[in-house]
Design a protein around this ligand. Structure first.
Ligand code: ADP
Ligand code: ZN
Ligand code: ZN
Length: 711
């Protein structure tokens, strides 16, 4: 049978013949139709399909949509074309991880396996591969960075490390930004490396580009002792050749540490002993297409599978992980994670003072309250840095005709196009449709069309005016920079801009959530969040959780350098129309546990995750009726089984952004208080969905998202 990535979902493996026996996990090339594809020998037992004793069944990964159907059992067996030379088989654990992920996220194992292997394994021809093998491995240049002095652990760190050594985990390391979590990872890794000369460690981070310092810190700690080749990275901006090289280094056991983004959870590491998931709450651990896996959740599974310890770290853990790490009470046993807390900040100033500005008391259309502006002026004059956070890029979210009410709607999406002043375009952030800004209203000809609302681009411009007269301590005019998805579109641009901020060349940095993550800007003493209210009343029940963690992260950017002598303490300013909202109260106290408790209470009352489990089915079609029709038919088909398993199937609804690039989108929520029952239901229901496809030809695609992050 063929696994295809599209929707064949639950197929088995293709069966091929071979004269010689190959161990399970062997990488092979096999013919399929007129092409040759990469395959993994999934199971080397003879299959009942053929009596030939040397028959093997292999799992074939293909992304060829022409092979969507499952091959009939009567198919003539073809022979394996060749074995991929020089690559040891992938381990049974690895195959089990792939199998589990495929099953759990309702995709085919072939698709998951294919995505997890470097593309060159499949793309290089047999000749190219032979040449690649002959190439002498370049001797890795010796590590030349400065070797660090390794700090003595603080009492809190020592306590945490002792717990990690003594218990099985998984561990939730709950520590403020600057509490020394990274130092704990480094020490835990060190202990593993020293204990076992083969042991490997997987360290996952949300986005490597945003935190180049972290990789450097790991290199500086381990390369002097274990060589420059002891650490490899794995993320999507590597070239195919680099990815292959790093994958092979991990697969052969030569690389002792793999540092990577979510895709690294599938790294082939035969001697894995420790997995670290830094910033475990970060939404980017969830893959948003294909197999929609959560790398954090798979890390926990993988740890258990391979007997590797797992450390999840965060200052604002996901409510799921917080709940799983609850201590025992009289009524209830402890959760299955062990929570380890590090409340203090090491060698750094105190957490910033949170100041809330009640925007109801400000003049209409105020952008910066006067108090905030004064505070910013004072600090910049003293040579301190400021971060201004606004979660909306572009100049203005809408262009509006003041006469007839025309707005810059996207003709292809149910969304407005954003006004970008720099290149004077209207750009749709959903489908990318871009046009020059019209001179006059396209509907009535009125010349008076103007931006509504405010994005980062406008904020940058506005601030330049407001702070035009302010000077830096050296008498120079101040420098304002902006970092968002627009300013960093070119490769290397983000790194360059971050380096500038680090070097102190920038006084005020305006940006989206990109500037809140992980950076170690040394001279930041004030962080301002201008308009965070949207998330307080969002229809997405996770919006407050995301906002709280964003603001805590942003606050953590301030006061990182304790050696700075400050005239006044660091501050985080929040401008809000709801300054007394419990979320801001908890933020003011830097009290994540209080926030989490309040949120979990609400979730429990509403039976939302983590007190229930969800899946979404999304369908796309030319019309909303067709998309919903498919989903509602699927609902009917699954109704009886759902009833039996106590699974709730909600009616189909349009997605929040209902139309993108002229495709109508609908979704249907599935909910159950038992993860097992939900899994059982989905596994059976898949067949119904596949079968219905032919009766719903208007449906362009559909996909199941298990444990979706955005509803
Ligand atoms: P986190 O990962 O929680 O933000 P880090 O591990 O980056 O925290 O630590 C914050 C800062 O404190 C870093 O500059 C780090 O070098 C320093 N630090 C961490 N642990 C110690 C320690 N035990 N002694 C001295 N300095 C430390
Ligand atoms: Zn008009
Ligand atoms: Zn559009």
């Amino acid at each position: 049978m063929v696994h295809t990535p599209a929707h064949s979902g639950i197929g088995g493996a293709l069966t091929y013949e071979s004269d010689t026996a190959h161990a399970a996990g062997t990488l092979v090339r096999v013919p399929l139709g007129s092409r040759e594809l990469l395959g993994v020998v999934w199971d080397s037992a003879a299959t009942p399909l053929s009596a030939a004793p040397d028959t093997q069944s292999s799992l074939i990964s293909t992304n060829d949509p022409s092979h969507r159907s499952q091959a009939p059992a009567t198919m003539q067996l073809r022979a394996i074309a060749s074995v991929l030379q020089g690559v040891p088989p992938v381990s049974a654990h690895w195959r089990q991880l792939v199998q589990f992920a495929a099953h759990y996220y309702q995709r085919s194992a072939g698709e998951v396996a294919l995505a997890a292997l470097p593309s060159q394994l499949r793309d290089l021809s047999t000749e190219q591969w032979a040449r690649r093998l002959k190439r002498k491995p370049k001797t890795v240049a010796a590590y030349e960075g400065a070797s660090q002095t390794i700090p003595e652990p603080t009492d809190e760190q020592a306590q945490v490390l002792a717990n990690i050594a003594a218990h099985k985990g998984p561990f939730l390391l709950f520590g403020n930004t600057g509490s020394g979590k990274t130092e704990v990872y480094l020490r835990a890794a060190q202990a593993v490396l020293e204990h076992n000369p083969q042991a490997q460690i997987l360290v996952m981070v949300p986005e490597i580009n945003l935190t180049p310092q972290l990789e450097e810190r790991f290199r500086a700690r381990f390369c002097p002792q274990w060589g420059a080749g002891c650490l490899v990275s794995m993320h999507s901006s590597l070239t195919p050749a680099q990815r292959l090289k790093n994958w092979l280094a991990a697969h052969s056991g030569e690389a002792r540490i793999v540092l990577g983004t979510r895709m690294a959870v599938f790294a082939s590491m035969p001697h894995l002993q420790l997995i670290v998931v830094d910033e475990e709450h970060d939404p980017s651990y969830k893959q948003q297409e294909g197999a929609r896996y959560s790398a954090r959740d798979l890390a926990v599974y993988r740890g258990q599978l391979e007997g590797a310890k797992v450390i999840l770290g965060s200052a604002t853990p996901s409510l799921e992980s917080w709940h799983h790490s609850r201590p025992a009470t009289d009524a209830e046993p402890a959760g299955r994670y062990l929570r380890l807390a590090m409340p203090s900040r090491v060698g750094q100033g105190a957490l910033p003072l949170v100041r809330r500005v009640d925007m109801n008391r400000q003049p209409y259309k105020t952008v910066f309250s006067n108090h905030l502006l004064d505070a910013m002026r004072e600090r910049v004059t003293r040579g301190e840095q400021i971060l201004v956070l606004l979660n909306r890029r572009g100049y203005a979210p809408v262009l509006n005709c003041n006469d007839c009410g025309w707005k810059s709607e996207c003709p292809h999406c149910s969304a407005y196009r954003v006004f970008h002043k720099l290149d004077r375009t209207l750009r749709c952030h959903h489908c990318g449709f871009t046009q020059p800004v019209p001179r006059a209203c396209p509907s009535c000809g009125n010349l008076d069309i103007s931006p509504l609302g405010r994005g980062t681009e406008q904020l940058e411009e506005h601030l330049a005016e407001l702070l035009a007269d302010v000077r830096r301590p050296d008498g120079e005019p101040i420098r304002i920079a902006r970092i968002d998805a627009d300013s960093t579109r070119l490769k290397g641009e983000l790194e360059r801009q971050l380096a500038e901020v680090h070097a102190g060349a920038v006084d005020v940095l305006v940006g989206t959530q990109m500037i809140a993550k992980g950076h170690d800007f040394r001279r930041v003493t004030l962080v301002a969040a201008l308009n965070p209210d949207g998330a307080l009343f969002s229809s997405d029940f996770r919006a407050p959780e995301r906002l709280f963690s964003l603001l805590m992260q942003a606050a953590g950017r301030a006061g990182r350098d304790a050696s700075m002598s400050l005239v006044s303490p660091c501050e985080m300013w929040v401008q809000s129309f709801h300054p007394l909202h419990p979320l801001f109260e908890a933020l003011k106290q830097h009290d994540y546990p209080a926030f989490a408790e309040q949120q979990l209470k609400e979730r429990e009352q509403a039976t939302l995750p983590p007190f229930s489990f969800q899946a979404l089915v999304r369908a796309e079609a030319r019309s909303q009726e067709a998309a919903q029709g498919f989903l509602n038919a699927a609902r009917e088909a699954g109704a009886a089984l759902a009833d039996e398993l106590l699974v709730d199937l909600y009616p189909a609804v349009p997605m929040t952004i209902q139309r993108v690039a002229n495709i109508e989108r609908a979704q249907m929520l599935i909910e159950c208080t038992s993860r097992k029952a939900l899994q059982h239901f989905l596994a059976h229901w898949q067949a119904d969905l596949h079968a219905m496809r032919s009766a719903h030809r208007q449906v362009i695609r559909w996909a199941v998202d298990v444990d979706p992050l955005a509803i």
